[in-house]
Design a protein around this ligand. Sequence first.
Ligand SMILES: *[C@@H]1O[C@H](CO)[C@@H](O)[C@H](O)[C@H]1NC(C)=O
Ligand SMILES: *[C@@H]1O[C@H](CO)[C@@H](O)[C@H](O)[C@H]1NC(C)=O
Ligand SMILES: *[C@@H]1O[C@H](CO)[C@@H](O)[C@H](O)[C@H]1NC(C)=O
Length: 478
Amino acid sequence: MKSTKHSSVRFFLFVGVAIFITFSIISVEARKHNNNRHKPHKHLKDKGSNGHKAPDPATNIPGPAPAPLPHYGSYPTNSNIFDVLSFGAKGDGVSDDSKALLAAWKAACQVSGAIVEIPAEFKFLIKPIILQGPCMPHLVLEIDGILLSPPRVGAWPKSSLFQWINFKWVHDFTIQGTGKVDGQGSDWWSPSEVYYIQKKFKHNPDMKPTALRFYDSHKITVRDIEIMNSPQCHLKFDSSSGIKVDNITINSPAMSPNTDGIHLQNTKDVEIQHSNIGCGDDCVSIQTGCSNIHVHHINCGPGHGISVGGLGKDKSVACVSDIVVEKISLQNTLSGVRIKTWQGGIGSVKNVTFSNIEVSDVKYPVIIDQFYCDKKTCKNQTDAVAISGVKYDSIKGSYSVQPIHLACSNDVPCTGVDLIDIQLKPSSNGYGGFRQALCWNSYGKSQAPLVPSSIDYCLRTESGSVKGTARSHHEHIC
Ligand SMILES: *[C@@H]1O[C@H](CO)[C@@H](O)[C@H](O)[C@H]1NC(C)=O
Ligand SMILES: *[C@@H]1O[C@H](CO)[C@@H](O)[C@H](O)[C@H]1NC(C)=O
Ligand SMILES: *[C@@H]1O[C@H](CO)[C@@H](O)[C@H](O)[C@H]1NC(C)=O
């Protein structure tokens, strides 16, 4: 009885979906008369284990269009869920479900408050894809199942090596759910595969896909999901603003090269909080064009710590300002908090605060490196990205190589560097050979408690002329 009812319901659901897709664009207006408020979470839980619910045909078959309605806002129950399974996805982890995801996205994009559902207990193989806006407001991608990228390097189209899932021109959009985004990147990490990539694609092997990339997108939230094993960077925001990342997990091995956790570039007004990030490169990387960035309550490790830069590569302009990194716990990372710039760059890094940083077995808890170089030697140059106003307040724990390493440019010193309450002791897992605190061409003031006490004599005392020097160097470009 129940199953007969179910199959007839399914038939109608199927018909409903087909009609829905066809009419979704023109029906948006028509469906607005229904005043039932949706309750997405309740609905999602109500699905039960035997599958997915398509949008309810009863509410989706467009009726005669009512008189023009004054505003968006209320939508029928069910019609705002766009389950990829209803759009033809197999969810077996082997079939290519990219087209289904794209179709679900396109349909949902037309409806305010729509939810694209990646259901739990299914795996969806997705080829490189662009999920593009503009869409109606409050769009949600609910990832409760698993998204898998093509596992073999050879399966990636040559034209799509920059990223896997690219969100472009989206506004007021949320990714959430208890699911996973798995970049299956291990092939990309091994030297033999890199050689293969080079041969096959005749391109720079540095070109490896980022898992999730947002481009020119605004008012974006990413929460709760896990992103793992990306070929390269896990989550990137590029030319975007109004970003909130909350309660996510990023997970790839320490030996995976260049697998940044979260990468920000030309992006403003960002809050990244309450997340666990373990990867093979920077847990959070803040690049040029970023300002008003707040990173807090992050566990980082393995990885290379929280980094600003590398900035100014190939004599480029870099501008970074108003960064707060606080309440961070780092275990077993290469650095704790660092700023790195290449010689020859121009621009500035201004107003950066690192506070309440706890380090455990971190090689270099505090780094400014204005001689950043990824080769054996780089040519000495006089230009440098000017660094000013960097406050370190309450940096505590254990280091395994050097407690403080502030190496500022010979020509453009770092100014306004404050070292307050720094308490770092050698790690019991250290390699012996601990190095002294180093401050090269760094001006500012220090304030007790300072351990080791040599930190107290590390910085140079500021004078008016020093500030002038730093400012004169192209800083006005920003
Ligand atoms: C954080 O995410 C996990 C995994 O998705 C979820 O179970 C948990 O409820 C979330 N916590 C909060 C505070 O939202
Ligand atoms: C420094 O940055 C913080 C955080 O963005 C901001 O609140 C503050 O106003 C900035 N200070 C100056 C002097 O610009
Ligand atoms: C660059 O300058 C540093 C410090 O002044 C010096 O030790 C180093 O040898 C120079 N490197 C090159 C490649 O000229």
